[in-house]
Write a protein that binds this ligand. Structure first.
Ligand SMILES: C[S@@+](CC[C@H](N)C(=O)[O-])C[C@H]1O[C@@H](n2cnc3c(N)ncnc32)[C@H](O)[C@@H]1O
Ligand code: SF4
Ligand code: SF4
Length: 300
């Protein structure tokens, strides 16, 4: 990330803390809910089966920017399936650049391709090594790894949602990231128990063990893209939510923090570490702010 952008984000953070602003800085646009997979832990695929138009998404992006949002995520459904006529995801990224976002990131299951140097970071969902990943997502691991190796870019951050099935995969995934030149880092989340996926949630001891393992990986220098100081806050579950600095837009409908904010009781069991991190950062936590500068300058 350009140093000037990081400074501007720092100033935004300082103002948020001093003036108790609750303005969003990170916006996610859901470009489609179509998906070619049916992962065991997911509750947002193929519900309405809508591909949103270039105009709708561009309008939402501009609205985000006008409201002060500077970090843009494009997600889905499967983000890389998005098309409108001859336009694809690269046209959306180009539009985002034209509008002026500081950071434009994609979240993808990696099955289509990963050749997206236009994005700042490509968050690639890997939920384990081959057997475990395939148990959760279907027989796709080998194809995804081919796409990783074929990519002309090293901006790929592995994105892992830790649950009952893959809780023992943390160190193997960190090792994989270190051994693959195109994998830049790994970012962890924990399972959030949407209806019918409650059985995948870790219990308190399992969660503590997973956090311990992530911390050990960080200590050993593995490229973990999480803020270490917020992991204990996640365990204590004391952070303020929904996180007011994040918004999601799907077909013009707005959600504070995540689309999940409308599901009664879900936020109390939230496993999305980005929400913990942004909420903690903007509450003025000095250790989290220090971590943010260290982690973001290393990986973005
Ligand atoms: C909904 S997917 C959309 C993008 C793309 N299809 C993918 O799989 O990366 C975005 C991320 O949410 C994660 N996710 C889905 N259900 C989850 C849950 N119940 N708890 C935590 N993360 C979840 C996925 O693993 C993925 O990393
Ligand atoms: S690939 Fe992404 S959107 Fe599709 S089912 Fe899996 S987690 Fe959900
Ligand atoms: S706190 Fe935010 S990310 Fe977590 S469940 Fe609630 S709305 Fe979703």
């Amino acid at each position: 990330m350009k140093f000037s952008y990081l400074t501007k984000l720092g100033v935004f953070g300082l103002k948020s803390v001093l003036f108790k602003w609750e303005k969003p800085i990170l916006g996610t646009v859901i470009v489609t809910d179509f998906c070619n997979l049916d992962c065991k832990h997911c509750a947002v695929n193929n519900i309405n089966k809508v591909m949103h138009s270039f105009e709708t998404i561009s309008f939402e992006m501009q609205k985000f920017y006008d409201e002060g949002i500077r970090i843009l995520f494009l997600s889905g459904g499967e983000t890389m399936l998005w098309k409108d006529g001859n336009k694809d995801i690269k046209d959306l990224i180009a539009k985002g650049r034209e509008i002026g976002f500081y950071l434009i990131n994609i979240v993808t299951n990696g099955t289509v391709h990963l050749n997206i140097p236009e994005a700042d970071l490509v968050f690639l969902s890997l939920d384990g090594m081959k057997d475990v990943h395939n148990k959760i997502r279907g027989d796709v691991f080998d194809g995804i790894m081919k796409n990783v190796r074929k990519a002309n870019n090293t901006n790929i951050c592995v994105f892992t949602a830790i649950n009952k099935v893959n809780q023992k995969e943390i160190s193997s995934l960190c090792e994989l990231v270190r051994s693959e030149p195109n994998l830049n880092s790994i970012s962890f989340n924990f399972h959030t128990p949407y209806r019918l996926t409650e059985h995948l949630c870790l219990n308190t001891d399992e969660r503590r063990a997973a956090v311990q393992e992530i911390k050990e990986m960080i200590k050993k220098g593995y490229p973990v893209f999480n803020l270490p100081s917020t992991l204990d806050i996640f365990l204590k579950n004391t952070w303020k939510r929904p996180c007011r600095q994040c918004v999601v837009s799907e077909n013009g409908e707005r959600f504070d923090c995540g689309r999940c904010s409308v599901i009664p009781g879900l936020c109390e069991n939230c496993g999305y570490l980005f929400a913990v991190e942004f909420s903690t950062l903007f509450s003025g936590n000095i250790r989290a702010i220090f971590d943010m500068f260290r982690v973001y300058t290393r990986f973005v």
